[in-house]
Design a protein around this ligand. Structure first.
Ligand code: GAR
Length: 194
């Protein structure tokens, strides 16, 4: 049986789409059972709906963090998911929510963690004259962008790069990294001998 994954997004959802298309390969060990967002206008919700994936949206505006997380948690459980993949979900999570998904929630972050936690990762890498940027998939813990790293891909920085051109190239790496890392993670989880 395939592992059931809920993907949380806030915007374009292109990483969600990469996870989804990878899940269509017969050998993929996970399936996406829900795409949920704090933003009902998120472009990724339309992509998911068109692909026949159940979607859920609940704005965080007017709700405190724990209350909003509780609504999201409810929707995830309702969908039957046993894993959560954060994919451009631009919310800081409450400790209660993180604890409920301990060891079963992954995030993708556009830097070579532990470098450049938080926002504006590409500009910070360029400003630091780094020659290499990249992306990381990690387990989510209470500290922002701090959990154990499960996989990384390095991306060379060109002298001509702006934050936008670098972000576009890092995203291509993300589309390779996230589906493979999630697949390996759920497979290892269901068979510890792997
Ligand atoms: C991705 O590059 C992801 O790494 C980043 O947001 C983008 C979402 O794009 N995440 C973070 O910055 C989280 N701290 P997408 O909506 O097209 O997948």
């Amino acid at each position: 049986m395939k592992a059931k994954v809920a993907v949380l997004i806030s915007g374009a959802g292109t990483n969600m789409a990469a996870l989804l298309f990878a899940s269509k390969l017969p050998s993929c060990p996970y399936e996406i059972v829900l795409v949920a967002s704090n933003n009902s206008d998120a472009e990724g919700l339309k992509i998911a709906a068109a692909e026949g994936i159940p979607t859920f949206a609940m704005s965080h505006i007017g709700l405190d963090r724990a209350a909003h997380d509780a609504v999201m948690h409810e929707a995830i459980v309702e969908a039957g998911a046993t894993y959560v993949a954060l994919a451009g979900y631009m919310r800081i999570l409450s400790t209660g929510f993180v604890a409920k998904w301990d060891g079963r929630m992954l995030n993708i972050h556009p830097s070579l963690l532990p470098k450049y936690k938080g926002l504006h990762t590409h500009q910070r890498a360029i400003d630091a004259n780094d020659t290499v940027a990249g992306t990381s998939v990690h387990l989510v813990t209470a500290e922002l962008d701090d959990g154990p790293v499960l996989g990384q891909i390095e991306v060379a920085i060109l002298p001509s790069d702006t934050a936008d051109t670098l972000a576009d190239r890092v995203k291509m790496a993300e589309y390779q990294l996230y589906p493979k890392t999630l697949a390996d993670f759920v497979a290892r989880d269901s068979n510890p001998d792997i």
